[in-house]
Write a protein that binds this ligand. Structure first.
Ligand code: SMG
Ligand code: MG
Length: 368
């Protein structure tokens, strides 16, 4: 297989409603797509990098730049030796930029699997045909607004609620949701690094709500701090931003910094590394779940395949298309009894809808 050209597409996809985290608010999902043209066919991937370097140091125009200047030329240098499995070793010399690396690997993997008639689910080792869906609920201006939103998602059938929290929006909203919707609601929180080592007493107050987990309470580099917090509170600590590789996952588990892991393939450099983390966690008895970066159908399809692996035992942030978009870039993913079907077709198993993609496209650039 050989990489002939890559189209980098910048899209602005409107969100149905603003999504606010401790890091900021987004109303438009601004992303870069990687459209790989190979001698065996085409492949697609959505790069998860946000428009701003807020979730991590990566951002969409930087991802496009590093892909154009370094990663795509490197993949082209592989000539006929190109495979998805060869991408990460070829890019290993370049530090960081895991979301950009993941997007290129995923687009090549999509082309490779489409050519062999294999689905992502089969390739990755999926054991389920549908996966339970949770939903991530942003920070709101008011508590009534939050209650209405949560109520709506529960009516839709979501099986687990994740509340975004930050200092000043934590104890009260969590208490109200727990009291209103009862002790059986699967409820978790995500701080996106908004707290510090000085906030442990504040976070301990959340113990009374029997949360499934607290996600990434303090800064990403502070893995030891998370281990200290995990000893101090009863709510299980779940790392997201901190886990950038299988090696970091192994170490974080060993020091007790994480007893559950949020796996986002983009954050760790791709699906191949994501499966390694799944395996490391499984061997250690640590459950995992699939995170999200507001992906449109192109990115969501592959995430659903990953979420169908056996150690993904908690509902993920793999929500239906309608949670995010009026119009998705592929056939929409729908929620049925709280679950979403795992695509079965070759590659990611879905096609971009040209007319929709054209409508949301801001610019395109060919790298040859
Ligand atoms: O895709 O449903 C989704 C978003 C889930 O909360 C979500 N993602 O830290 O887990 C996380 C955040 C990062 C979002 S940055 C836009
Ligand atoms: Mg998170």
């Amino acid at each position: 297989m050989k990489l002939e050209a890559v189209e980098l597409i910048r899209l602005d996809v409107p969100l149905k409603s603003a999504f606010r985290t401790s890091e900021g608010s987004v109303t438009v999902h601004e992303v870069v797509w990687v459209h790989a043209i190979t001698d065996v066919g085409e492949g697609w991937a959505e790069c998860a990098a946000n428009a701003l370097p807020d979730y991590s140091s990566e951002y969409h125009t930087a991802a496009a730049g590093v892909l154009r200047d370094f990663f795509i030329p490197e993949a082209m240098k592989l000539g006929n030796e190109l495979t998805a499995e060869a991408i990460a070793p070829a890019l290993h010399w370049a530090k960081g930029h895991r979301m950009a690396k993941a997007a290129l690997e995923t687009a090549v993997l999509d082309a490779q699997l489409r050519a062999s008639g294999t689905s992502f689910a089969t390739y990755l080792g999926a054991t389920k045909t549908k996966v339970p869906a949770g939903v991530s609920v942003g920070i709101m201006d008011t508590l009534p607004e939050l209650m209405k939103t949560v109520e709506g998602y529960l009516a839709d059938g979501y099986l687990r609620i994740k509340l975004k929290i930050e200092p000043g929006w934590d104890y009260e909203p969590v208490k109200l949701v727990r009291e209103t919707f009862g002790p059986d609601l699967l409820l978790q929180v995500d701080a996106n690094t908004a707290y510090t080592r000085d906030d442990f007493d504040l976070l301990k107050r959340l113990d009374e709500f029997n949360l499934l987990l607290i996600e990434q309470p303090i800064e990403e580099e502070d893995i030891l701090g998370h281990a200290r917090l995990a000893e101090y509170i009863t709510t299980p600590v779940c790392l997201d931003e901190s886990i950038v590789s299988a090696g970091v996952a192994r170490d974080a588990i060993e020091i007790g910094a994480t007893s559950i892991i949020n796996i986002k393939p983009a954050r760790v450099g791709g699906y191949i590394e994501a499966v390694k983390i799944h395996n490391v966690a499984q061997a250690a008895g640590i459950p995992v779940w699939c995170g999200g970066m507001l992906e449109t159908g192109i990115g969501r399809a592959a995430n659903l395949a990953l979420a169908a692996l056996p150690n993904f035992t908690l509902p993920g942030d793999t929500s239906a298309s309608a949670r995010y978009f009026e119009t998705d870039t592929t056939e929409p993913f729908v929620l049925v009894d709280g679950h979403i079907d795992v695509p079965t077709g070759p590659g990611i198993g879905v096609e971009p809808i040209r007319e929709v993609v054209d409508r949301f496209t801001v610019s395109t650039e060919w790298v040859k």
